[in-house]
Design a protein around this ligand. Structure first.
Ligand code: HEC
Ligand code: HEC
Length: 230
């Protein structure tokens, strides 16, 4: 699960400028999550983690910028606790990052609702977390895991336009798309090797399949079952 965080916060979770395009999209810095210099306030313990992951805000209630909390708010209590325990145990990394700035194109995309700048606005803050989810090949568990695919493949799983300029069109992975025709084995091989049965090799910069190696057979089968139901 924490693998998904590395895409923006860096492999050591010590923070990263994950979009650096000052003249167009802007400069987007994901916080150093370690207790090192420039890092996320360690003194405040778990509370700040919960505020960030469940509510998309800082402890002063200011909404976090671009951090996809609208996805993480759907985690079960058990999974959120596991991420926080892992986060709280990170070794120090000293790294200070400049503040984020939205560029002119970023502003336009935000106006068009292509990029949610403040995901806190999309969260139902009163919703209670589900305690735990049974690890089994079921539609419910597949739907739960599919939250990790929504930002790009959309909640419908039918894909759509590029998530930002310079990225490819996002394919339909529902029953109507290619995964609808694949066996479970082909689906698992695709996500583990980045090669599709049709012979396409996916670029990890566009489709983060290397972070999906952590999924077990049961998880991938549940995901596939869910995708085929859409
Ligand atoms: C799409 C990129 C992206 C992903 C993926 C992402 N984050 Fe973030 N995160 C950000 C950005 C950007 C900020 C800084 C927000 C700001 O400055 O307002 C942030 C801020 C945070 C903060 C708040 C720090 C503070 O100052 O209060 C925490 C905690 C956090 N992220 C944890 C996580 C965890 C844990 C994951 C994985 C489960 C994760 N993030 C995945 C982009 C991301
Ligand atoms: C950061 C955006 C992003 C996320 C997150 C993401 N994908 Fe993708 N995915 C893409 C893009 C872009 C492509 C097309 C890649 C290409 O053209 O090389 C793709 C391609 C695919 C394909 C191949 C489809 C085909 O027709 O060849 C599958 C299968 C897939 N994704 C499954 C998933 C699953 C399952 C998840 C969630 C666990 C997920 N993706 C999360 C962006 C994403």
């Amino acid at each position: 699960m924490a693998k998904g965080c590395m895409r923006c916060h860096g492999d050591d979770l010590g923070g990263k400028m994950f979009i650096n395009d000052p003249r167009k999209l802007g400069q987007f810095a994901a916080t150093n999550l370690t207790p090192g210099k420039g890092g996320f306030s360690p003194g405040n313990g778990y509370r700040n983690w919960v505020l960030a992951l469940k509510h998309g805000v800082r402890d002063n209630r200011k909404p976090l910028f671009v951090m996809p909390s609208h996805e993480f708010t759907q985690l079960t209590e058990a999974d959120m606790a596991a991420i926080i325990a892992y986060g709280a145990s990170l070794p120090k990394v000293d790294r200070e990052l400049p503040e984020s700035r939205v560029g002119p194109l970023g502003r336009i995309l935000a106006e068009l609702n292509q990029v949610p700048l403040f995901p806190a606005e999309m969260i139902d803050h009163n919703r209670k977390l589900v305690k735990e989810m049974k690890t089994e090949v079921s539609l419910g568990y597949g739907q739960y895991l599919s939250v990790a695919c929504q930002a790009c493949h959309r909640p419908t799983m039918k894909g759509g336009g590029p998530i930002a300029p310079g990225f490819p069109t996002v394919p339909d992975i529902s029953s109507q798309g290619n995964p609808g025709k694949w066996t479970d084995e082909q689906f698992m091989t695709t996500l583990r090797t980045g090669k599709t049965p049709e012979g396409k090799t996916m670029n990890p910069k566009n489709m983060p399949w290397p972070t999906m190696k952590v999924y077990t057979d049961t998880e991938l089968k549940a995901l596939h079952l869910y995708l085929k139901s859409k």
